[in-house]
Design a protein around this ligand. Structure first.
Ligand code: HEC
Length: 157
């Protein structure tokens, strides 16, 4: 038992420290904090420069829906949000504006997240007012009424 745990922990740290096996980047814990630290001053609740707010996944999704080039899943080089971070230092379009470029490891993290599909947490899947796909609505119901014994999954048509 202990051996397994130790093995697991050491493999885990090998993966995280070397990047070997490319970890799945998590938006909430790894990407959102970068936006909060470097971007929301201009792209947040109070200000929406470029008509973009980055303080929540839902607000990012809203801009992304309106502007498909913002993030192209799998292709950081085609994603405006990534390209802006990598422009030459004297380019007016470089982000964050009027500040030093982000450290390389943060830019790389954003690139990895986009490469892996630019996944946002569920909460952002359906911004208020948007219609949910029929499937999503059907999935939610059993979760709210858990049946401890027999749990049937039937699709109603
Ligand atoms: C000091 C203010 C400021 C900060 C900080 C800032 N931005 Fe911006 N950003 C702007 C302004 C102003 C614009 C609109 C003008 C333009 O497009 O360059 C803009 C535009 C953008 C756009 C283009 C939006 C569009 O409509 O295509 C992206 C993408 C962007 N910013 C990303 C970021 C990211 C990511 C960060 C944090 C790493 C960041 N910005 C930090 C001021 C800022």
């Amino acid at each position: 038992m202990t051996v397994r745990v130790v093995l697991f922990v050491s493999v885990f740290s090998l993966v995280t420290t070397t990047g070997f096996g490319q970890d799945k980047v998590d938006f909430q814990t790894q990407i959102q904090p970068i936006f909060v630290e470097h971007c929301i001053k201009c792209h947040g609740e109070k200000q929406a420069s470029g008509k973009m707010r980055l303080h929540t996944p839902a607000s990012l999704k809203e801009k992304w829906d309106a502007d498909k080039e913002l993030l192209v899943a799998g292709e950081p080089e085609k994603s405006e949000l990534y390209v802006r971070l990598t422009l030459p230092a004297d380019d007016k379009k470089r982000m964050p504006r009027m500040a030093d470029p982000l450290p390389k490891e943060k830019i790389d993290l954003i690139a990895a997240w986009i490469k892996q599909g630019a996944a946002l947490p569920e909460v952002a899947a359906a911004p208020a007012g948007d219609e949910k796909p029929a499937d999503a609505a059907a999935e939610e119901k059993p979760a709210e009424v858990p049946l401890p014994e027999v749990r049937r999954r039937r699709k109603k048509h």
